[in-house]
Design a protein around this ligand. Structure first.
Ligand code: UD1
Length: 374
């Protein structure tokens, strides 16, 4: 029976991998196999890029992910240290026991590092969320996307735009599988389980009576002055409503030099998946520089301000609730005016963002792996 490696490294990977693990287990049940025995055996490999309870552990618990079979424990470091550390350790894993396919998801350091190692070891690579492009080479994620896709054999995509980028790069049609969005699979599956965070009662929050803010891109958070200017513009625009700001560890380092923050801004540690999406679901709007949150806000039909100049997820703008505000703090005021004037378009779900991407991926993997074995 073919063995596949499922690579998970950083927070936005865990919900994508959870959808695939869930689909593998369900497929096993459909085939009448003993509970938990998948049609393809898999090794869940955590690279350890994100390692603490708030960034990793709680996601495994809440998403029902099994404990990883292996943890490469790379930990913090510069991009090169993390990339190198993951590569050396994953190479050892493959040397001890080769797998038949390596599945990587998203665009983080772990995605690229494992894809390169697998390809060089002669293990085919499948990339989930392949083909998306921001065109912004200042983002480490764009480098990771392009490098990963350069060594990918099977491309699982979330949009027509992603398929078009791949075709333009010369990828053959039979290697591209437009399957939908695994992040949305997990969101739809967990909607009934969303949990009201403690902060809801502590602050007396009410539906549509607050904002959620997340910032972690190096360009927005690494310089305290830049971060401070963005935070001031957010608070100026939200008309006194509370702003809940779960702070990423990277951002925390730049907050300290800013001194006391405006009272409307409530800082919390990173929230669990179920608590965070509970807050997003009932928020007046989400203000973020994350890519994944723009997708979740689209499905939850919550207005989303993206503090970036570009996006690799254009369908969240054309079909969804997202608007590219840019990184200039002066751009926030007109967006808040539109929001409070009720001029924010409602969102629709982009094509195939229907909760079934994981099932489509597993069906395609079986096809590919069993065809290869023949
Ligand atoms: C990474 C991803 C980014 C993703 C983000 C989500 C890359 C290039 N970037 O960025 O695409 O959107 O995760 O969170 O892979 N830290 C902790 N605890 C942890 C993990 C990290 O304190 O569990 C600290 C690190 O020590 C470091 C900082 O957080 O100081 C940043 O972590 P890192 O993994 O380097 O990248 P992110 O900025 O999180």
């Amino acid at each position: 029976m073919p063995l596949i490696d499922l690579i998970a490294g950083a927070r936005p990977n865990f919900m994508k991998i959870a959808s695939i693990v869930d689909a593998l287990h369900r497929r096993a049940e459909d085939q009448g196999r003993p509970a938990g025995q998948a049609p393809l055996t898999y090794r869940l490999i955590h690279t350890g890029q994100h390692y603490d309870q708030t960034m990793s552990g709680s996601f495994f618990e809440q998403l029902g992910l099994p404990q990883p079979h292996l943890n490469l424990e790379v930990g913090s470091g510069t991009a090169a240290e993390q990339t190198g550390g993951i590569m050396v350790r994953y190479e050892q894993v493959l040397a001890e026991r080769r797998s038949d396919l390596c599945v990587v998801v998203g665009d983080v350091t772990s995605t690229m590092a494992c894809a390169i190692v697998a390809k060089k070891a002669g293990v085919p690579v499948a990339h989930v969320e392949a083909g998306i492009r921001s065109g912004d080479w200042s983002m480490p994620e764009e480098v990771n996307r392009v490098v990963t896709d350069a060594v990918t054999d099977y491309f699982f995509t979330t949009s027509d735009a992603a398929c078009a980028h791949l075709r333009k790069a010369g990828v053959a049609d039979e290697r591209i599988f437009f399957v939908g969005n695994t992040m949305i699979d997990s969101l739809l599956r967990q909607l009934p389980n969303l949990r009201r965070p403690a902060i809801w009662d502590d602050l007396g929050l009410t539906p549509r009576g607050y904002f959620v803010l997340t910032l972690h891109r190096p360009a927005n958070v690494d310089a305290p002055d830049t971060l401070g200017a963005l935070l001031n513009a957010v608070v100026a625009g939200t008309r006194g409503l509370p702003v809940i700001f779960p702070v990423h560890p990277r951002t925390m380092k730049s907050l300290a030099p800013l001194g006391p923050l405006k009272p409307a801004l409530t800082i919390t540690p990173p929230l669990g998946y179920l608590e965070f999406n509970y807050l997003v679901r009932d928020a007046r709007a989400v203000i973020t520089d994350s890519g994944g949150i723009t997708e979740e806000a689209t499905i939850l039909d919550v207005p989303c301000f993206t503090l970036r100049d570009n996006t690799e997820r254009p369908e969240t703008v054309t079909v969804g609730t997202n608007r590219l505000i840019g990184t200039n703090p002066a751009n926030l005021a007109p967006a808040f005016d539109d929001l409070f004037a009720g001029k924010w378009p409602a969102g629709r779900a982009p094509e195939k963002w229907d909760g079934k991407a994981g099932v489509r991926i597993v069906a395609a993997l079986e096809q590919v792996l069993y065809r290869r074995e023949l």
